[in-house]
Design a protein around this ligand. Sequence first.
Ligand SMILES: NC(=O)c1ccc[n+]([C@@H]2O[C@H](COP(=O)([O-])OP(=O)(O)OC[C@H]3O[C@@H](n4cnc5c(N)ncnc54)[C@H](O)[C@@H]3O)[C@@H](O)[C@H]2O)c1
Length: 275
Amino acid sequence: MQMLDNHVVLVTGGGSGLGLGLARHFIGEGAQVAVMEISADKLADLKAEFGDDVLLVQGDVTRTEDLLACRQAVLDRFGRIDALVGAHGIFDGNIPLRDVPLDRVESLFDEVFHVDTLGYILAAKVFVDDLEKTGGAIVLTSSTAAYAADGGGLFYTAAKGAVRSVVNQLAFEFAPRVRVNGVAPSGIANSQLRGPRALGLENNKQSDIPKEDFESQFLTLALLPTLPTPEEYAPLYAYLASRANTTMTGQTIVADQGVFNRAVISNGAADRVGK
Ligand SMILES: NC(=O)c1ccc[n+]([C@@H]2O[C@H](COP(=O)([O-])OP(=O)(O)OC[C@H]3O[C@@H](n4cnc5c(N)ncnc54)[C@H](O)[C@@H]3O)[C@@H](O)[C@H]2O)c1
C-alpha cells in the first residue's frame, strides 16, 4: 500500500522545480496526477516525460476560466479529486522597496499577489466542493520568506505571508471535510522561479539573484547544510495530501534545513560547513 494509492492529485505549477518534483513523487506513491501549468514549453517537456500517464492542462491560475476548465478536465478524466497541491509561483526580483520605482509599486504588487496569493485562493474556491465529496486535502506552498526577513523582497515576502494566513482561514472554513495545510520550504535546488514582468525581470530566475551569495549564506546558517531538491520536500507534501493525515489542519510546516534554529553565541553551523 502506497501513500497516495486511490488519490487523484492536481499540482498547480507542475512544469518545473518543486511542482515537477512533487508530480514525480506522487506518481511513485501511487497517485493519479494532473498538472496545471502556464508554460506550453514546460508542458511539452512533461508530455515527453509522462506521456498520457499525467493529465496535462495549460492554464493560468490567476484566471478563473482556466481553473474551471482545469476542473472540468480533471473530472472528465478521473471523475474526482482528492488533493489540490499548490506549487505555482513567481518571485519579486528581491529589490528593496526603496529601489522600486514608485510608478511600478502597484503593478508589482498586483502581479506578485495575483500569482502567489490569489492563484491559491481561486484554486481552493474552484475545487472545494469536489474536495468536500472525497474528504480531500489542500496543500499550499508558502516559504521561509513568510517567517523572517530577506527571503525575497517585500512583495514576495508579504504574498507568502498571506499564504500562511490563507491556510489558517481555509482550514477553519473547510473543516471538517477538507484538510488545509501548507509547506514553507527554504531554498529549492533546480528552481526556475522567474522574476516579475512589472520590473522587466520575467526572464530572470530567482536562482540567478545573486546565487553564490545566497548559497554560501544559506549553507553557513543551515544546520542541515544542503540545498534540498524538490524530491526531498515531496514526502511532506504527499503526507499532507493523503488520507493518512488525520491530525493536522491549518498548519504550515517550516522545512528550513534548521536555518531558523541557528547558532547565536558560537559559530555553530559555520563550523560544520565542509565537514
Ligand atoms: N525556489 C525557492 O528557493 C523557493 C523557496 C521557497 C518557496 N518557493 C515556492 O515554491 C513554489 C515553486 O517554485 P519553484 O522554485 O519550484 O519555481 P519554478 O518556477 O520552477 O516553478 C513554478 C511553476 O509555476 C508556474 N507558474 C507561474 N505562474 C503561473 C500561473 N499564473 N499559472 C500556472 N502556473 C504558473 C511556472 O511556469 C513554473 O513552472 C513557488 O510557490 C515558490 O514561491 C520557492
